[in-house]
Design a protein around this ligand. Structure first.
Ligand code: FEO
Length: 392
């Protein structure tokens, strides 16, 4: 794709990847992604903001063919999907300065070969003058690495935000037009990438409030022409209390756990609690991450396999523990054949979660009438706790 004009002397560059289906060998990409770089031509100097994933650097280099000089290559974030193309861009513009936070300099020197003399470290709030345009750098650590910053083009009121406010979405639309689709993709992105750093993101959102922002140009997904929508969505994901929702990731091997899951869902619904179940043998793990943004309670359903939880459940527990959602309560349900340490194993895997454990319901074999009653009791306890905490 060719470079695309955003405003006078400001261009989108980069690559749209419709076929990508896995990011960082970990994160599902149902809608592909894009790697956005931006070119700002000032009356005196030219600045490139971010580069692209190394495998598509040829696309950026082709877009830069008509650009004689780049004075600054800004690295807002050192992860390779944005920084990986810097060495090649530097080869074409050997006099360019690589503009970074102090932490980013160290990380880039660890990750790739860039001569130390090429770096220009900027302080929080420092600006670079391009002649008729001034770009201010705002340090926003932990979105989602420790070195991250954003860039604010004062004259045009454009915030270049890199991963912050991004979405994995491949589209020919330069600007987000389908707000529902953007919201879903951005929430997935927040859930998978940003949620563990919620408390610091809260501070970064506050830090951006004094800026008059008319456009947000992230480094993944379409540009936001109405920044209030995406900023308010982030504010809500970060700050709002959990919702009256149980997220129920589960696996069943011989239907006993499934019967328990179905009974618990019905019982919770009867008591006014919403449930999102995820059968982990078929689920898109990103959808589970999205649900975890809002859930007040997590109930894990698992059979006992080789004396412990099912491996897919282990994976989901590891993921939830890493994502640190704001859920307040957790329980475990499931069936075993003759014994095991399912509860102990799972409990040991969720140390990051600040949850109250509601008594697990592990049963032997297929569920009996009294087991279903115990599940009704679990549903009753969950509904009560949601009510006591104002989630209902
Ligand atoms: Fe898009 Fe954290 O890299």
């Amino acid at each position: 794709m060719k470079a695309r004009k955003i405003e006078d002397n400001i261009y989108w560059m980069g690559s749209v990847d419709w076929d990508a289906r896995l990011f960082d060998s970990l994160i599902p990409l149902p809608d592909g992604t894009s790697y956005n770089a931006y070119l700002i031509r000032g009356s005196e100097k030219t600045m490139l903001i971010d580069t692209v994933e190394p495998s598509v650097i040829h696309e950026l280099m082709a877009q830069l063919e008509s650009v004689e000089k780049v004075d600054y290559i800004v690295c807002l974030h050192a992860e390779q999907d944005h920084s990986g193309g810097i060495p090649q861009v530097l080869l074409r513009y050997p006099d360019a300065k690589v503009v970074v936070t102090p932490k980013a300099k160290g990380i880039l020197m660890d990750l790739m070969t860039i001569p130390e003399s090429a770096f220009m470290v900027v302080k929080d709030g420092e600006a670079i003058c391009l002649g008729d345009k001034n770009v201010e750098f705002i340090h926003t650590p932990w979105v989602h690495w420790p070195e991250t910053m954003v860039a604010y083009l004062r004259e045009n009121k454009i915030l270049f935000s890199c991963d912050f406010f991004g979405s994995h979405l491949a589209t020919t639309d330069l600007y987000g037009v389908d707000e529902g689709r953007i919201y879903e993709a951005a929430k997935r992105y927040y859930a998978e990438i940003m949620m563990p750093f919620r408390s610091i993101i809260k501070k970064n959102l506050e830090k951006l409030k004094p800026y008059s922002i008319e456009t947000i140009a992230p480094s993944h997904g379409p540009i936001h022409p109405k920044p209030a929508i995406i900023m308010e969505a982030h504010d809500q994901w970060v700050n709002s209390p959990p919702k009256n929702l149980v997220v129920l990731p589960y696996v069943s091997m011989h239907s006993s756990t499934q019967k328990m899951v179905h009974h618990l869902i019905a019982s919770l619904v009867e008591k006014g609690v919403s449930v999102e179940p995820f059968n982990l043998t078929v689920t898109d793990i990103g959808k589970l991450a999205i649900a975890l943004v809002d859930a007040a309670t997590i109930v894990v359903g698992t059979p006992t396999v080789l004396a412990g939880p099912h491996p897919n459940v282990v994976y989901a527990a590891c993921l939830a523990n890493a994502l640190r959602p704001k859920a307040k309560f957790l329980s475990i349900i499931g069936s075993y054949g003759w014994g095991g340490k399912t509860v102990e194993t799972l409990a040991g895997m969720i140390s990051n979660l600040k949850v109250e454990i509601i008594e697990p319901q592990l049963i032997k074999g297929t569920p009996s009438v009294s087991d279903f009653k115990a599940l009704d009791g679990l549903a009753e306890t969950i509904a009560l706790k949601h009510k006591e905490n104002g989630f209902i």
